[in-house]
Design a binder for this molecule. Structure first.
Ligand code: ARG
Length: 278
């Protein structure tokens, strides 16, 4: 069980302390292109990425969350995107199996981190990119497919974790992972960018989440949907100004961060963050 983090004057708990796994971007670079955000000709600055990442980590700690670290591996420039390393629910770790050869070695590295610490792990049969494509709510796991994660992996995760998995099809290559187009606002609601989803998947979202925050193209294009919420606070890219206003209007505490250097690889705050649900 997660512990109460914030209690409102009415006594209602609105946020919970989380445990995150992160990977310092010491070897971060844009040296290949596996999504439309990446341009190896332009590259990226490692020192800037590290500084921005440190600020993200400090933001989590100042909110009362715990951050564990996995050692970065030289030659794996995208390993900073810890969300892709696994899916952890009820202390069970469903491993990742990457689409692209450039990231293949990250899967075993993350799985070993968990196995070494006594977690029950499953090496996956099917291609899936961890929390990049699986987002966990109280009653279900939302799962993306279309660019990276194989729909067969949705069933594999459901069988291993014993939680209902709802498949959603992504259709815009800029929003290649589910976590670039949608984030959970606590356990029962979400924010999302409608145009990233197929017509049928959009109808599923509208049916499941009639009260969702619906984001604009401007917010999506700065990776505003790649946000992390503990139920009360939302850590979000600072450039997502429309989304920020709407979240504040609904009573969330928005914590803006600048991850512009990591965005050159197609990542934001959520990509850097793997939640460990014990
Ligand atoms: N360059 C990485 C890739 O394309 C970025 C991954 C971002 N992670 C995420 N959870 N969306 O695989």
């Amino acid at each position: 069980m997660t512990t109460p983090l914030v209690v409102t004057t009415s006594g209602e708990t609105t946020g919970t302390a989380r445990h995150y796994l992160m990977c310092r971007p010491e070897f971060f670079a844009v040296s290949y292109a596996i999504n439309p955000w990446m341009d190896p000709a332009k590259g990226a600055d490692t020192a800037t990425a590290v500084r921005q990442w440190e600020a993200l980590r400090e933001a989590y700690e100042s909110l009362g969350h715990t951050v564990s670290l996995i050692d970065p591996v030289e030659g794996l420039p995208d390993m900073v995107f810890a969300a892709n390393g696994a899916l952890v629910v009820d202390g069970r770790v469903y491993g990742a199996r990457f689409t692209h050869a450039e990231r293949t070695a990250e899967g075993p590295a993350y799985l070993k981190w968990f196995a070494d610490r006594g977690f029950e792990t499953l090496e996956p049969t099917f291609v899936n990119e961890g929390e990049g494509d699986y987002l966990t709510l109280d009653e279900m796991i939302l799962a993306g497919t279309g660019f990276r994660t194989d729909v067969a992996a949705h069933m594999e995760a459901q069988e291993f974790l014993g939680r209902p998995v709802v498949t959603l099809r992504l259709v815009d290559p800029r929003f290649y992972h589910l976590d670039t187009a949608l984030f959970p606002l606590g356990g029962t609601n979400v924010a999302y960018y409608p145009e990233a989803f197929s017509p049928g998947s959009l109808r599923v979202l509208q049916r499941l989440f009639p009260d969702a925050v619906v984001a604009t193209a401007a917010d999506a294009e700065v990776l505003g949907l790649n946000a992390v919420s503990d139920g009360r606070h939302v850590v979000v890219n600072a450039e997502a100004t429309g989304l920020t206003l709407e979240l504040e209007r609904r009573g969330y505490d928005v914590v803006p961060v600048d991850l512009s250097e990591l965005r050159k690889a197609g990542g934001g705050p959520k990509c850097c963050t793997l939640e460990i649900r014990a």
